[in-house]
Design a protein around this ligand. Structure first.
Ligand SMILES: Nc1nc2c(ncn2[C@@H]2O[C@H](COP(=O)(O)OP(=O)(O)OP(=O)(O)O)[C@@H](O)[C@H]2O)c(=O)[nH]1
Ligand SMILES: [Mg+2]
Length: 462
């Protein structure tokens, strides 16, 4: 079923210089429009077979000036990304030429695509569902291998299949209610129906819970674990950042108070993506600039998923260290005892008042000692030791998480309703709501505004 009648065009490659750029057309007039600007000795695009590629030139039909030498792919409906006719013009990368080609196409009757409109058409024409469309966006934005893999799984329809199964379970219970309403003469029908509904609600609720449990992991793998390196000045925070990044990103000096501003970088530590934040050493200071830096450090400390608290074990524990040990109480943290290449002056017994020894890691950034254990400590904290269990990472999207939580609450209402002896048709309302909420994830009961809003977040030409 085609919802759109116009033909859209956009540049599908990122702006800037590249070896090639792709200008894409989708819609019923795609082939006709492209053929007006395409010239080749023998070929006519309108009679070209589907999924073929053709060499030729783009030429302005008005002044017959050559614009570029190109390869044009012809893909006819319905076996295309949008299920419409698609033309892809591979031209020589470059802003001017690519824009000229786009302008020519628009002059021949194409309309400039809105952001995400190609993917939106794929959705509206039933080729992918909403969660798959979102996966396209996630795939584009993926910053780590795991994130890309997860998005790919979702694009493949894995999440959709799971959600649809859950909806089917609920539907079966709902169908039973209908039977009950149609044949009220069977006395025990209502009892049986509520029993069945409660069982189904329980089963589906449990499965939703499993999906939600994986959400936290999913979020981390997708977005990276926001990791703040915190400590008083000169303990080696920036040195640690540089070591993990394998480059001299942050300035390191023996002057306390070297780092003034937050530095953020992504790094993949044995499969765990970290968004590392190096901060200014926390201390009382009169320096105007440093003050602002310290305030930012405290803010980063609050916002982080993980805190790497760095202490200098070649000095006795300082009041600032103790303050930070207290401030990070109850957060996910690892305390790094740095500079183990120097003699130790830190009282371990005293330190153990503040922190579980399992979370302590003696290191030397200078000699690189002990750092190989850091990744393991992090995975222990967040993944019970295991990273990237493929099966556990389907949910990562905030919208999905919210809907799953709401669906879960509706099922709770079903169960309490039954326990309180509510009439079955009232319980049915809650179960139907849960079924609808799950449907929103895959777009089966998604309101139009949602669809519009979601696709508007895409980049142009996608
Ligand atoms: N001996 C020794 N020195 C180290 C080690 N790690 C860092 N240093 C030194 O400690 C000094 C401070 O290092 P930085 O990384 O700048 O410390 P910082 O915590 O970022 O300091 P601020 O930015 O001022 O808060 C530098 O002279 C480093 O070379 C280590 O493991 N052993
Ligand atoms: Mg620093």
């Amino acid at each position: 079923m085609f919802f759109e009648t116009d033909t859209i065009a956009a540049i599908s490659t990122p702006p800037g210089e590249g070896a090639i750029s792709i200008v894409r057309l989708s819609g019923p007039e795609a082939v006709a429009i492209a053929s007006k600007v395409f010239q080749s000795g023998t070929k006519d695009l309108t009679s070209a077979a589907s999924h073929t590629i053709h060499y030729g030139h783009i030429c302005d039909p008005q002044d017959h000036l050559l614009v570029d030498e190109v390869m044009v792919s012809v893909m006819r409906a319905p076996k295309t990304f949008t299920r419409e006719d698609i033309i892809e013009i591979n031209c020589h990368g470059g802003i001017v030429v690519t824009n000229q080609i786009l302008r020519l196409l628009l002059r021949q009757g194409a309309r400039l695509a809105e952001p995400g409109e190609f993917t939106k058409r794929a959705f509206l024409n039933g080729r992918i569902d909403l969660s798959q469309a979102e996966a396209v966006m996630d795939l584009i934005r993926a910053k780590t291998d795991q994130a890309a893999e997860m998005a790919l799984g979702q694009l493949d329809g894995e999440l959709s299949r799971r959600i649809k199964k859950l909806r089917q379970e609920l539907l079966e219970a709902l169908a039973e209610v209908e039977v009950n309403i149609d044949y009220p003469e069977y006395d025990d029908a209502e009892v049986m129906t509520t029993h069945l509904m409660k069982e189904k609600a329980k089963i589906v609720r449990k499965k939703i819970e499993e999906l939600l449990d994986s959400a936290q992991q999913g979020k981390i793998l997708r977005e990276g674990l926001t990791t703040a390196i915190i400590g008083r000045p000169n303990v080696g925070k920036s040195s640690l950042l540089n070591f993990l990044l394998k480059e001299d990103k942050a300035i390191v000096t023996s002057v306390a108070g070297t780092t003034r501003d937050i530095i953020e970088e992504y790094v993949n530590l044995n499969g765990v993506p970290l968004k590392l934040i190096d901060t200014a050493g926390i201390r009382e200071t009169e320096d105007e600039v440093e003050k602002i830096g310290v305030a930012r450090s405290r803010k980063a400390l609050k916002a982080a998923d993980l805190i790497l608290l760095v202490l200098n074990q070649s000095e006795a524990l300082q009041p600032e260290d103790i303050e930070l040990l207290e401030a990070t109480q109850g957060t996910k943290r690892i305390v790094l005892l740095n500079k183990t290449d120097l003699p130790s002056r830190m009282e371990m017994e005293q330190l153990k008042q503040w922190i579980d020894p399992a979370l302590l890691l003696p290191i030397s950034v200078l000699t690189k000692n002990g750092l190989e254990k850091l990744a393991k400590k992090i995975t222990n904290l967040f993944f019970a030791g295991q990273v990237g269990e493929k099966d556990a990472t389907y949910i990562s999207n905030i919208r999905h998480i919210r809907l799953l939580e709401e669906a879960q609450e509706a099922l709770d209402d079903v169960m309490t309703g039954i326990d309180q002896g509510m009439p079955v048709d009232l319980v049915q309302i809650d179960m139907t709501r849960s079924w609808e909420l799950l449907g929103e994830i895959v777009g089966e009961s998604a309101p139009d505004e949602l669809v519009t809003q979601l696709f508007s977040q895409f980049c142009l030409g996608k």
